[in-house]
Design a protein around this ligand. Structure first.
Ligand code: NDP
Length: 332
Protein backbone atom coordinates (compact mmCIF):
# COMPACT_ATOMS: atom_id res chain seq x y z
CA UNK A 1 0.00 0.00 0.00
CA UNK A 2 0.96 3.61 -0.26
CA UNK A 3 0.60 6.29 2.39
CA UNK A 4 1.23 10.00 2.73
CA UNK A 5 3.10 11.32 5.75
CA UNK A 6 3.79 14.77 7.14
CA UNK A 7 7.35 15.36 6.02
CA UNK A 8 7.77 18.86 7.47
CA UNK A 9 5.69 21.50 9.21
CA UNK A 10 4.70 24.47 7.06
CA UNK A 11 5.31 28.08 7.97
CA UNK A 12 2.63 30.14 6.26
CA UNK A 13 1.04 28.52 3.20
CA UNK A 14 1.78 24.76 3.01
CA UNK A 15 3.29 23.25 -0.17
CA UNK A 16 3.43 19.77 -1.68
CA UNK A 17 6.93 19.46 -0.16
CA UNK A 18 5.41 19.23 3.30
CA UNK A 19 4.04 15.81 2.32
CA UNK A 20 5.94 12.59 1.65
CA UNK A 21 4.87 9.37 -0.11
CA UNK A 22 5.81 5.96 1.30
CA UNK A 23 5.31 2.29 0.42
CA UNK A 24 4.14 0.18 3.35
CA UNK A 25 3.25 -3.43 4.11
CA UNK A 26 0.02 -4.07 5.99
CA UNK A 27 -0.09 -7.22 8.15
CA UNK A 28 -3.18 -9.46 8.23
CA UNK A 29 -6.01 -8.25 10.48
CA UNK A 30 -6.22 -9.69 14.01
CA UNK A 31 -9.38 -10.43 16.00
CA UNK A 32 -11.71 -7.44 15.96
CA UNK A 33 -9.87 -5.82 13.04
CA UNK A 34 -10.66 -5.28 9.37
CA UNK A 35 -8.55 -4.64 6.28
CA UNK A 36 -9.78 -1.61 4.33
CA UNK A 37 -9.43 -0.31 0.80
CA UNK A 38 -9.79 3.48 0.72
CA UNK A 39 -12.46 4.88 -1.63
CA UNK A 40 -12.84 8.58 -0.84
CA UNK A 41 -10.55 10.65 1.35
CA UNK A 42 -11.66 14.01 2.69
CA UNK A 43 -9.46 17.10 2.73
CA UNK A 44 -10.55 19.74 5.24
CA UNK A 45 -9.33 23.19 6.25
CA UNK A 46 -8.89 22.17 9.94
CA UNK A 47 -6.05 19.88 8.83
CA UNK A 48 -3.92 22.96 8.31
CA UNK A 49 -4.02 23.47 12.08
CA UNK A 50 -2.90 19.88 12.67
CA UNK A 51 0.14 20.42 10.44
CA UNK A 52 1.44 22.91 13.00
CA UNK A 53 2.82 21.90 16.36
CA UNK A 54 0.42 23.99 18.39
CA UNK A 55 -2.00 22.99 21.07
CA UNK A 56 -5.57 22.89 19.81
CA UNK A 57 -8.79 20.96 20.20
CA UNK A 58 -7.31 18.14 18.11
CA UNK A 59 -3.74 16.89 18.37
CA UNK A 60 -1.15 17.79 15.72
CA UNK A 61 -0.09 15.34 13.00
CA UNK A 62 3.23 13.73 13.93
CA UNK A 63 6.25 14.27 11.71
CA UNK A 64 7.00 11.18 9.64
CA UNK A 65 3.60 9.64 10.48
CA UNK A 66 0.65 9.37 8.09
CA UNK A 67 -1.85 12.21 7.87
CA UNK A 68 -5.27 11.04 8.97
CA UNK A 69 -8.79 12.33 8.48
CA UNK A 70 -12.30 11.47 7.40
CA UNK A 71 -12.51 8.75 4.75
CA UNK A 72 -14.78 6.15 3.23
CA UNK A 73 -13.44 2.66 2.66
CA UNK A 74 -14.54 -0.85 1.71
CA UNK A 75 -13.88 -3.81 3.97
CA UNK A 76 -11.80 -6.34 2.01
CA UNK A 77 -11.08 -8.75 4.87
CA UNK A 78 -12.75 -8.99 8.25
CA UNK A 79 -11.85 -10.60 11.57
CA UNK A 80 -14.76 -8.92 13.28
CA UNK A 81 -18.41 -9.81 13.92
CA UNK A 82 -19.50 -6.21 13.37
CA UNK A 83 -18.36 -5.83 9.76
CA UNK A 84 -18.15 -8.18 6.82
CA UNK A 85 -16.28 -8.20 3.52
CA UNK A 86 -17.84 -5.71 1.10
CA UNK A 87 -19.23 -3.36 3.78
CA UNK A 88 -18.64 0.33 3.19
CA UNK A 89 -17.56 2.31 6.24
CA UNK A 90 -16.76 5.87 7.24
CA UNK A 91 -14.13 6.73 9.83
CA UNK A 92 -10.94 8.57 10.69
CA UNK A 93 -8.40 6.76 8.51
CA UNK A 94 -4.81 7.33 7.43
CA UNK A 95 -4.09 8.88 4.04
CA UNK A 96 -3.32 5.45 2.60
CA UNK A 97 -4.56 3.31 -0.27
CA UNK A 98 -5.16 0.41 2.18
CA UNK A 99 -5.27 0.36 5.96
CA UNK A 100 -6.17 -1.81 8.91
CA UNK A 101 -8.39 -0.76 11.79
CA UNK A 102 -10.51 -1.90 14.70
CA UNK A 103 -14.02 -2.50 13.42
CA UNK A 104 -15.59 -0.70 16.39
CA UNK A 105 -13.89 2.56 15.37
CA UNK A 106 -15.79 2.57 12.06
CA UNK A 107 -19.38 3.39 11.15
CA UNK A 108 -21.10 1.30 8.49
CA UNK A 109 -22.89 3.07 5.64
CA UNK A 110 -26.28 1.39 5.61
CA UNK A 111 -27.98 2.82 2.57
CA UNK A 112 -27.55 3.50 -1.12
CA UNK A 113 -29.94 6.43 -1.01
CA UNK A 114 -27.15 8.99 -1.22
CA UNK A 115 -23.77 9.10 -2.95
CA UNK A 116 -21.08 7.65 -0.64
CA UNK A 117 -19.21 10.95 -0.55
CA UNK A 118 -22.17 12.63 1.16
CA UNK A 119 -21.12 10.89 4.40
CA UNK A 120 -18.02 13.10 4.38
CA UNK A 121 -20.01 16.21 3.39
CA UNK A 122 -23.64 17.08 3.88
CA UNK A 123 -24.25 13.94 6.00
CA UNK A 124 -20.89 14.15 7.74
CA UNK A 125 -18.88 16.64 9.74
CA UNK A 126 -19.44 19.67 7.45
CA UNK A 127 -23.23 19.19 7.26
CA UNK A 128 -23.51 18.82 11.02
CA UNK A 129 -21.37 21.93 11.47
CA UNK A 130 -23.75 23.88 9.28
CA UNK A 131 -26.82 22.47 11.04
CA UNK A 132 -25.74 23.32 14.59
CA UNK A 133 -24.15 26.64 13.65
CA UNK A 134 -27.35 27.82 12.01
CA UNK A 135 -29.97 26.21 14.24
CA UNK A 136 -28.31 26.41 17.63
CA UNK A 137 -26.13 29.49 17.43
CA UNK A 138 -27.80 31.75 14.85
CA UNK A 139 -31.34 30.65 15.84
CA UNK A 140 -32.80 32.35 12.77
CA UNK A 141 -36.35 33.64 12.70
CA UNK A 142 -38.61 33.84 9.68
CA UNK A 143 -37.88 36.89 7.54
CA UNK A 144 -34.45 37.61 9.01
CA UNK A 145 -31.37 38.23 6.88
CA UNK A 146 -28.44 35.81 7.18
CA UNK A 147 -25.03 36.25 5.58
CA UNK A 148 -22.77 33.24 4.99
CA UNK A 149 -19.08 33.61 4.20
CA UNK A 150 -17.27 30.73 2.51
CA UNK A 151 -20.75 30.15 1.09
CA UNK A 152 -19.91 27.76 -1.75
CA UNK A 153 -17.87 25.34 0.37
CA UNK A 154 -18.70 22.08 2.15
CA UNK A 155 -20.19 23.82 5.20
CA UNK A 156 -21.35 27.09 3.62
CA UNK A 157 -23.56 25.48 0.97
CA UNK A 158 -25.50 23.63 3.65
CA UNK A 159 -25.63 26.56 6.07
CA UNK A 160 -27.14 28.85 3.44
CA UNK A 161 -29.78 26.34 2.42
CA UNK A 162 -30.78 25.62 6.03
CA UNK A 163 -31.15 29.36 6.59
CA UNK A 164 -33.45 29.48 3.54
CA UNK A 165 -35.46 26.55 4.89
CA UNK A 166 -35.92 28.58 8.11
CA UNK A 167 -37.35 31.42 6.05
CA UNK A 168 -34.34 33.73 6.00
CA UNK A 169 -33.20 35.94 3.20
CA UNK A 170 -29.70 34.65 2.47
CA UNK A 171 -26.62 36.40 1.09
CA UNK A 172 -23.62 34.21 0.25
CA UNK A 173 -20.09 35.58 0.01
CA UNK A 174 -17.77 33.57 -2.20
CA UNK A 175 -14.59 33.76 -4.28
CA UNK A 176 -15.56 33.51 -7.98
CA UNK A 177 -18.27 34.55 -10.44
CA UNK A 178 -18.90 30.89 -11.25
CA UNK A 179 -19.61 30.22 -7.56
CA UNK A 180 -21.89 33.29 -7.39
CA UNK A 181 -23.98 31.83 -10.23
CA UNK A 182 -24.05 28.36 -8.70
CA UNK A 183 -25.21 29.73 -5.33
CA UNK A 184 -28.03 31.73 -6.88
CA UNK A 185 -29.14 29.37 -9.64
CA UNK A 186 -28.55 25.91 -8.18
CA UNK A 187 -28.71 26.34 -4.42
CA UNK A 188 -31.42 28.95 -3.96
CA UNK A 189 -29.36 31.68 -2.31
CA UNK A 190 -31.30 34.94 -2.65
CA UNK A 191 -28.10 36.87 -3.31
CA UNK A 192 -24.40 36.14 -3.73
CA UNK A 193 -21.29 38.23 -4.25
CA UNK A 194 -17.67 37.63 -5.20
CA UNK A 195 -15.50 39.11 -2.43
CA UNK A 196 -12.44 39.05 -4.71
CA UNK A 197 -13.89 41.42 -7.34
CA UNK A 198 -16.42 43.49 -5.40
CA UNK A 199 -14.68 46.84 -4.90
CA UNK A 200 -16.79 48.22 -2.07
CA UNK A 201 -17.77 45.09 -0.15
CA UNK A 202 -19.33 46.95 2.76
CA UNK A 203 -21.33 49.26 0.49
CA UNK A 204 -22.56 46.31 -1.59
CA UNK A 205 -23.66 44.40 1.51
CA UNK A 206 -25.52 47.48 2.69
CA UNK A 207 -27.35 47.72 -0.67
CA UNK A 208 -28.22 44.03 -0.75
CA UNK A 209 -29.32 43.89 2.88
CA UNK A 210 -31.39 47.08 3.28
CA UNK A 211 -32.89 45.75 6.52
CA UNK A 212 -29.45 44.94 7.99
CA UNK A 213 -27.89 41.61 8.96
CA UNK A 214 -29.48 39.52 11.72
CA UNK A 215 -27.26 36.44 11.52
CA UNK A 216 -23.75 35.91 10.24
CA UNK A 217 -22.35 32.40 9.70
CA UNK A 218 -18.61 33.02 9.51
CA UNK A 219 -16.34 30.55 7.76
CA UNK A 220 -13.54 32.92 6.81
CA UNK A 221 -12.94 35.93 9.10
CA UNK A 222 -10.64 38.76 8.05
CA UNK A 223 -11.80 41.61 5.83
CA UNK A 224 -14.92 39.81 4.67
CA UNK A 225 -16.11 39.61 8.28
CA UNK A 226 -15.33 43.26 8.90
CA UNK A 227 -17.48 44.28 5.95
CA UNK A 228 -20.40 42.19 7.20
CA UNK A 229 -20.21 43.08 10.87
CA UNK A 230 -20.54 46.77 9.99
CA UNK A 231 -24.20 46.05 9.08
CA UNK A 232 -25.38 44.02 12.06
CA UNK A 233 -28.83 44.59 13.48
CA UNK A 234 -29.77 44.86 17.14
CA UNK A 235 -29.37 41.45 18.83
CA UNK A 236 -27.52 39.97 15.84
CA UNK A 237 -25.98 36.51 16.23
CA UNK A 238 -22.63 35.45 14.78
CA UNK A 239 -21.71 31.76 14.52
CA UNK A 240 -17.93 31.69 14.49
CA UNK A 241 -17.31 28.51 12.54
CA UNK A 242 -14.02 29.04 10.72
CA UNK A 243 -11.36 31.68 10.06
CA UNK A 244 -9.73 30.27 6.95
CA UNK A 245 -8.44 33.71 5.88
CA UNK A 246 -5.91 33.53 8.72
CA UNK A 247 -4.97 29.81 8.74
CA UNK A 248 -1.85 30.45 6.68
CA UNK A 249 -0.72 33.77 8.08
CA UNK A 250 2.56 33.32 9.90
CA UNK A 251 1.77 36.11 12.37
CA UNK A 252 -1.47 36.78 14.26
CA UNK A 253 -3.39 40.00 13.62
CA UNK A 254 -3.21 42.39 16.55
CA UNK A 255 -6.36 42.84 18.61
CA UNK A 256 -9.98 42.27 17.61
CA UNK A 257 -11.21 45.28 15.64
CA UNK A 258 -14.88 44.35 15.43
CA UNK A 259 -15.92 44.33 19.05
CA UNK A 260 -17.31 47.90 19.27
CA UNK A 261 -19.79 47.19 16.45
CA UNK A 262 -20.93 43.96 18.10
CA UNK A 263 -21.21 45.62 21.50
CA UNK A 264 -23.24 48.55 20.21
CA UNK A 265 -25.78 46.12 18.68
CA UNK A 266 -25.97 43.94 21.81
CA UNK A 267 -24.78 41.19 19.48
CA UNK A 268 -23.70 37.67 20.31
CA UNK A 269 -20.61 36.05 18.86
CA UNK A 270 -20.06 32.38 19.63
CA UNK A 271 -17.28 30.10 18.52
CA UNK A 272 -18.06 26.41 18.29
CA UNK A 273 -16.57 23.06 17.36
CA UNK A 274 -18.94 20.57 15.78
CA UNK A 275 -17.80 17.95 18.33
CA UNK A 276 -19.52 20.04 21.04
CA UNK A 277 -22.76 18.68 19.63
CA UNK A 278 -21.84 14.98 19.52
CA UNK A 279 -24.82 13.99 21.66
CA UNK A 280 -27.15 15.63 19.12
CA UNK A 281 -25.58 14.27 15.89
CA UNK A 282 -28.52 11.95 15.24
CA UNK A 283 -30.95 14.85 15.50
CA UNK A 284 -28.86 16.82 13.00
CA UNK A 285 -28.47 13.89 10.61
CA UNK A 286 -32.16 13.08 10.63
CA UNK A 287 -33.04 16.66 9.66
CA UNK A 288 -30.36 16.78 6.95
CA UNK A 289 -31.52 13.44 5.49
CA UNK A 290 -35.15 14.50 5.54
CA UNK A 291 -34.42 17.78 3.78
CA UNK A 292 -32.33 15.95 1.15
CA UNK A 293 -35.14 13.46 0.51
CA UNK A 294 -37.74 16.23 0.36
CA UNK A 295 -35.62 18.04 -2.22
CA UNK A 296 -35.28 21.10 0.03
CA UNK A 297 -31.55 20.58 0.43
CA UNK A 298 -29.11 19.97 -2.42
CA UNK A 299 -25.43 19.18 -2.40
CA UNK A 300 -22.41 18.94 -4.65
CA UNK A 301 -18.85 17.70 -4.46
CA UNK A 302 -15.57 18.46 -6.17
CA UNK A 303 -13.97 15.07 -6.64
CA UNK A 304 -10.30 14.95 -7.58
CA UNK A 305 -9.18 11.67 -9.07
CA UNK A 306 -6.17 9.78 -7.74
CA UNK A 307 -4.54 9.14 -4.36
CA UNK A 308 -1.43 11.10 -5.42
CA UNK A 309 -3.56 14.23 -5.74
CA UNK A 310 -4.31 14.42 -1.99
CA UNK A 311 -1.77 17.19 -1.26
CA UNK A 312 -2.95 19.10 -4.36
CA UNK A 313 -6.59 18.81 -3.31
CA UNK A 314 -5.82 19.89 0.24
CA UNK A 315 -3.86 22.94 -0.95
CA UNK A 316 -6.70 23.73 -3.36
CA UNK A 317 -8.95 24.52 -0.38
CA UNK A 318 -6.88 27.63 0.25
CA UNK A 319 -7.24 28.90 -3.31
CA UNK A 320 -10.94 28.05 -3.59
CA UNK A 321 -10.65 25.22 -6.16
CA UNK A 322 -13.74 23.49 -4.76
CA UNK A 323 -17.49 23.94 -4.97
CA UNK A 324 -19.12 21.94 -2.19
CA UNK A 325 -17.15 19.19 -0.51
CA UNK A 326 -13.59 18.60 -1.72
CA UNK A 327 -12.85 14.87 -1.92
CA UNK A 328 -10.18 12.67 -3.41
CA UNK A 329 -11.22 9.44 -5.10
CA UNK A 330 -8.70 6.66 -4.58
CA UNK A 331 -8.49 4.56 -7.72
CA UNK A 332 -6.03 1.85 -6.76
P1 NDP B 1 -14.64 24.74 2.15
O1 NDP B 1 -15.22 23.64 1.37
O2 NDP B 1 -15.45 25.97 2.37
O3 NDP B 1 -13.24 25.10 1.51
C1 NDP B 1 -12.55 26.23 1.87
C2 NDP B 1 -13.04 27.46 1.06
O4 NDP B 1 -12.60 28.62 1.75
C3 NDP B 1 -12.44 27.57 -0.32
O5 NDP B 1 -13.18 26.88 -1.27
C4 NDP B 1 -12.38 29.08 -0.55
O6 NDP B 1 -13.54 29.47 -1.29
C5 NDP B 1 -12.45 29.68 0.83
N1 NDP B 1 -11.20 30.40 1.15
C6 NDP B 1 -9.94 29.92 1.09
N2 NDP B 1 -9.07 30.86 1.48
C7 NDP B 1 -9.79 31.96 1.78
C8 NDP B 1 -9.46 33.28 2.22
N3 NDP B 1 -8.19 33.64 2.46
N4 NDP B 1 -10.46 34.16 2.43
C9 NDP B 1 -11.75 33.81 2.20
N5 NDP B 1 -12.12 32.59 1.78
C10 NDP B 1 -11.16 31.68 1.58
O7 NDP B 1 -14.23 24.20 3.60
P2 NDP B 1 -15.23 23.68 4.71
O8 NDP B 1 -16.61 23.95 4.31
O9 NDP B 1 -14.83 22.31 5.08
O10 NDP B 1 -14.88 24.63 5.94
C11 NDP B 1 -15.30 25.99 5.93
C12 NDP B 1 -14.83 26.66 7.22
O11 NDP B 1 -15.46 26.03 8.34
C13 NDP B 1 -13.34 26.55 7.44
O12 NDP B 1 -12.88 27.76 8.01
C14 NDP B 1 -13.22 25.42 8.43
O13 NDP B 1 -12.05 25.51 9.20
C15 NDP B 1 -14.48 25.61 9.24
N6 NDP B 1 -14.99 24.41 9.90
C16 NDP B 1 -15.26 24.50 11.23
C17 NDP B 1 -15.79 23.45 11.90
C18 NDP B 1 -16.12 23.60 13.33
O14 NDP B 1 -16.40 22.60 13.99
N7 NDP B 1 -16.13 24.80 13.85
C19 NDP B 1 -16.03 22.16 11.23
C20 NDP B 1 -15.78 22.19 9.80
C21 NDP B 1 -15.25 23.28 9.18
P3 NDP B 1 -13.64 30.90 -2.05
O15 NDP B 1 -13.60 30.60 -3.50
O16 NDP B 1 -14.97 31.43 -1.58
O17 NDP B 1 -12.49 31.75 -1.59
Amino acid sequence: ARQIVLRSRPIGMPTENNFGFEEIEISAPKDGEVLLKSQYISVDPYMRGRMSDEESYIKPFELGKPIDGGAIATVIESKSDILKKGDRVVGMLPWATYSKDKADRLRKIHTDEFPDGYYLGVLGMPGLTAYFGVMDICQPRYGETMVISGAAGAVGLVAGQIARIQGCKVLGITGSDEKVNVLKNEFGFDMAINYKTTKDLSGTISELCPKGVDCYFDNVGGEVSEAIIAHLNYHARIALCGQIASYNTATQEMGPRLLPQILSKSGTIKGFIVGDYQKRFLEGLSHLMTWLKEGKLHYTETIIDGFDKLPYAFLGLFSGKNIGKMLVKVNE
